[in-house]
Design a protein around this ligand. Structure first.
Ligand SMILES: Nc1nc2c(c(=O)[nH]1)N[C@H]1C(S)=C(S)[C@@H](COP(=O)(O)O)O[C@H]1N2
Ligand SMILES: [Mo]
Length: 248
């Protein structure tokens, strides 16, 4: 291509030279020589080998680069479309794409299956228990509170598959408040000193007096336990905003 162009230019200059030669009757050879020298000079000056290559190749490289850029942009576009901004999602979509497990109920440690559960998963379990739990506080304050939740021992035994060697279960809240129990503490039944006929399992509650905890107020789970024997101060063991159930 470049060679054709050079030949074309040489021809063009030659023709121009000839024309001027024929127009002027003067010394033909001298004129022609001048004209030839001029042609060579012009060609050498403007079209040195390197420059020709540059002149021809640069636009191709640029074109290739542009093509590549366009391809890359085309590839990017669908990806952007597939990940819409969090604000643009509906409530249901947010729940689906939610990776923040802060409010999930986590079970970690000596279990076959470590779990990170959302409320809907707990509600679907066949280990639900609800009752009025009696509480006694440090200063003798008493009361009854209705709780609904899952039985903790069943959760550990049937769902998380607690390991044989496990001995300690710590209920850790988001504020760092922690209550430790032995495996036997979690397995056993509890009483209400005011009503000897009842027996209660230890539960992880999500509903108190008919109302679910609001996730905006932290992890919506509370550990609830009755009394071991009359006089047992059980209220401080009710751990609210549970983060992790740690099995050791
Ligand atoms: N996460 C968390 N749970 C907690 C506590 C706490 O500080 N943080 N205090 C405990 C104590 S000492 C008591 S007496 C009861 C108080 O429960 P109330 O705030 O519902 O009266 O919660 C218990 N659970
Ligand atoms: Mo307390």
């Amino acid at each position: 291509m470049k060679r054709l162009f050079v030949i074309f230019l040489v021809l063009l200059l030659a023709i121009t030279g000839c024309t001027s030669d024929t127009a002027t009757e003067g010394p033909e050879i001298a004129e022609e020589t001048d004209s030839n020298d001029l042609q060579e000079e012009v060609i050498e000056e403007i079209f040195e080998e390197d420059e020709i290559e540059e002149a021809v190749e640069t636009p191709i490289e640029e074109a290739e680069e542009n093509l590549y850029t366009e391809e890359k942009e085309e590839e990017k576009e669908p990806l952007v479309a597939e990940t819409p901004a969090y604000e643009d999602l509906t409530e249901a979509e947010r729940t689906e794409t939610e990776v923040d497990e802060t409010n999930n109920l986590k079970i970690k440690g000596l279990v076959e299956k470590e779990l990170s559960l959302i409320l809907d998963q707990l509600k679907e379990m066949d280990i639900i228990f609800e009752a009025d739990f009696y509480s006694l506080n440090n200063f003798g304050t008493t009361g009854y509170t209705h709780f609904k939740g899952v039985k903790l021992w069943n959760l550990l035994k049937e769902k998380a598959l607690i390991r044989e060697e496990a001995s300690k279960i710590s209920i850790v809240a988001h504020d760092g408040y922690t209550v430790e129990f032995t495996v036997e503490d979690v397995q056993r039944e509890y009483i209400d000193e005011t009503d000897p006929t009842t027996k209660y399992p230890m539960i992880i509650a999500w509903e108190e007096n008919g109302e679910e905890y609001s996730p905006s107020e932290g992890a919506p789970y509370k550990l609830v336990v009755g009394q071991k024997e009359p006089g047992d101060i059980n209220k401080p063991k009710w751990v609210s905003n549970i983060d992790v159930i740690l099995v050791e």
